[in-house]
Design a binder for this molecule. Sequence first.
Ligand code: ATP
Ligand code: MG
Length: 443
Amino acid sequence: MVKTIFIGDVQAGKYDGQEVELMGWVKRSRGSNKIRFVVLRDSTGVIQCVVKKDAIGDESFEQVKGALIESSIKITGMINADERADGGHEMVATSIVIVGSVNPEHPFPITESAMKAADGGETEFLLDNRHLYLRTSRMTAMLQMRSTVFGAIHNYFRDLDFTEYQAPNFVAGAVEGGSTLFEVPYFGKKVYLTQSWQLYAEAAMPALERLYTIAPSFRAEKSRTRRHLTEFWHAEMEVAWATNDEIMSHGEGVVRKIAGDLLENRSTELESIGRDLELVARYADSPYPRMRYDEAIETLQGMGVDVEWGQDLDYSKEKVLTQDFDVPHFLTHYPKIAKPFYHRVDPDEDKYVLCHDLLAPEGYGEIIGGGERTWSEAELLARLDEEGTDKAAYQFYIDTRSYGGVPHGGFGLGVDRVCSWLTGADHIREVIPFPRDSRRVSP
Ligand code: ATP
Ligand code: MG
């Protein structure tokens, strides 16, 4: 049997005065020996059900009394509009079936008092119980918004006729540098978990021209910040013949679409977790300015931050820089010495590369990294030599230049980062069901 009636629709007034069957989980229950008030939740909302002994009979009533928090139940009854009720409606039950009961010897562990009493603190307690914490209204809202974000990205690229394309997760070489590579034993050899789809996407660029993916990337990040995971979801795109400016337009386009879709479809969820909708609307509606790296360095130095030309900007610096941004800003033209070999050198001034990072406001920092790729074979070989990178693992990549290389570019967007920035989450962990970091791979 497929469920047909959701609490959200009942609360929207679609079943007033009708008898319906609801299926869900007990969120709260209280009452006397004659009447119980069961707050039922499903994926779409909550509703209070009034359960009278007279109406459902002694045996069922005893079962309802014994139904602990998170018991699953089916409940039939009349829907009444009532302004005083939470959500504007309540159900008066006519029959109840307990589907999955909860053993009183081990009741649902997530309670206010258990959180307060937890040895390792509330955060660790909730992470230990992540599989159950997913059922809370906050996590439910986060996961629903996350789904909207994934959908927005797919729709953005598909509407523009991009081809969705998959790359392998076991790889022989690094994209983002060796320090964050996860090594995996592989039949007597060592391979790595991929840090990015990019190099394999560039191989398909001459076939597909416009391609994208949403896939996990893996990075052995030792520094634990509120925006780093070891396994994160990476939306990446690659476009033949495109310039840095064109790639930035897509970055701006997709982020504004995500913000717009959240606002349109998830404003209730955003508000439920305390997000200011006006901010999200601004990120959907306003253009994103572009500024050069040099200007950012000057700004930071002017603010008294200890930073020198040539350094990549880490979280601590981006945090200061973006604190006063009203919308995301692109930073372009980073120094060549701060970036890996695949970034194309600016033909006008070879100490820069034609790249960009998109930095989110509110002190959030980088959500996208992208730019033009080194596309001529000679330049690529020179950059690899300059870096001292072993070419063997990159032969396939060099080949993409040897056979009809063309200018091209792309970006990588951290999906979890965008979720956590747009929802205003305190930590990236909040927006992914089972977060992985240097200390935790369970549950
Ligand atoms: P950072 O400097 O913040 O570590 P990065 O410059 O290494 O990021 P890129 O290699 O440019 O990141 O990756 C593209 C995007 O992927 C980033 O802009 C970010 O949104 C996301 N990303 C990168 N590393 C992580 C991570 N460890 N956890 C979550 N998202 C990440
Ligand atoms: Mg980057």
